[in-house]
Design a protein around this ligand. Structure first.
Ligand SMILES: Nc1ncnc2c1ncn2[C@@H]1O[C@H](COP(=O)(O)OP(=O)(O)OP(=O)(O)O)[C@@H](O)[C@H]1O
Ligand SMILES: [Mg+2]
Length: 331
């Protein structure tokens, strides 16, 4: 698939179970888009702040800030979104702080669950439409939503529908309809799911994809399978290693290593060989879960390598973006 087609819908929602790599994938997708000259805004909707850390930039605020060339970030706080909404709709800038205190929002949220989600989606709509009240006007080619974890994501996307069901007429109903249209139009919004090549995440991803179709009438976009172990040795190298092991000749490997400047004890070699076997075992388990995923879905499956870094940083995201480009182009 052409990368530009993949990035076609302006709003890209990235969701999945907690900790599977939503923020990482959002960042890598943003880099892919930015490399193609697109101006991107990643929106963070929870309070963890891992996105800014990944780009080594200041914590995100409601005002878009540029984290790396063409990659912008914003933190959407429902209170800020409500203040902006009241300002745009009713020019209530000066008194809106009364309504936007956490206390006030909590009261409304108790009576109208999903209200905060609607406010966040409303801000995504402003970003899509280029209608922000920011000091600087922005027009983003892509708005990547680093979305809430899968369970909440469904109710997040369903929230405007709840409002259109509750209100029969009026401007708020009309605005809620705009949000329903935005979320359900595949030319405007794509929901990608991130998972790991493990049993429960795969099962839950298939369920989420099905729930998206059933409850919202939308097809999920790609399914990103993150942290897939890459092959350490080729098949030929592996069988050579097996031969050496079974002949009890690992000491010879230490000598070979010494020739290329690696100072290894025999037990280091044993540990490395053991690790290689462990990795192969893991790879075959991952492959099994990947097969189950592919059997269970018609959506394109995109794999991303596990990176052996202590805490990912921008160079790792660039590496993942390289992998993404290749995988998407091969779809
Ligand atoms: N491909 C990868 N290789 C190695 N480590 C990874 C990879 N992808 C993500 N990680 C690491 O896994 C952890 C979770 O990733 P990330 O924060 O992107 O997940 P998340 O789904 O956004 O989590 P949360 O649900 O908490 O927001 C992070 O420490 C990240 O650095
Ligand atoms: Mg995250």
């Amino acid at each position: 698939m052409e990368l530009d087609d993949f990035l076609g819908p302006r709003i890209i929602i990235v969701s999945g179970k907690g900790g599977v790599g939503k923020t990482t994938v959002s960042a890598a997708l943003a880099i892919v888009a930015a490399r193609r000259g697109r101006k991107v805004c990643i929106t963070e909707v929870d309070r963890k702040g891992t996105l800014a850390k990944l780009f080594d930039s200041e914590p995100l605020t409601y005002e878009p800030s540029e984290m790396s060339p063409n990659v912008w970030g914003i933190h959407i706080e429902p209170g800020d979104a409500l203040a902006e909404y009241l300002d745009v709709q009713y020019h209530m800038k000066r008194i809106s702080w009364v309504f936007t205190t956490t206390h006030f929002l909590d009261i409304i949220t108790t009576t109208a669950p999903g209200f905060k989600d609607i406010l966040v989606l409303g801000k995504v709509w402003y970003l899509e439409q280029g209608r922000t009240r920011s000091a600087v006007k922005h027009s983003f080619d892509n708005v990547i939503v680093d979305a809430p974890a899968a369970g909440h994501m469904l109710s997040f996307l369903e929230s405007p529908k709840g409002l259109t069901d509750a209100l029969r007429v009026g401007p708020i109903r009309r605005q809620a309809e705009w949000l329903v249209d935005m979320v359900t139009d595949p030319h405007r919004t794509k929901v990608h799911l991130v998972t790991l090549p493990e049993e429960m995440p795969v099962i839950e991803t298939l369920e989420t994809s099905e729930a998206l179709r059933r409850r919202l009438g939308i097809r999920s976009g790609a399914i990103f399978v993150n942290a897939v172990y890459s092959e350490l040795l080729s098949k030929q190298e592996r069988s050579l290693l097996a031969e050496i092991r079974s002949a009890g000749r690992t000491a010879e490997l230490a000598k070979v290593a010494a020739r290329v400047g690696l100072d290894l004890e025999e037990e280091d070699v044993d540990a490395l060989v053991g690790y290689e076997r462990f990795l192969e075992a893991r790879r075959s388990i991952q492959a099994r879960h990947l097969r189950a995923l592919r059997r269970g879905t018609e959506e394109p499956v995109v794999t991303l390598p596990f990176l052996f870094s202590a805490g990912l940083a921008l160079p790792d995201i660039e590496t993942l973006a390289d992998a993404l480009e290749k995988e998407i182009e091969a779809l």
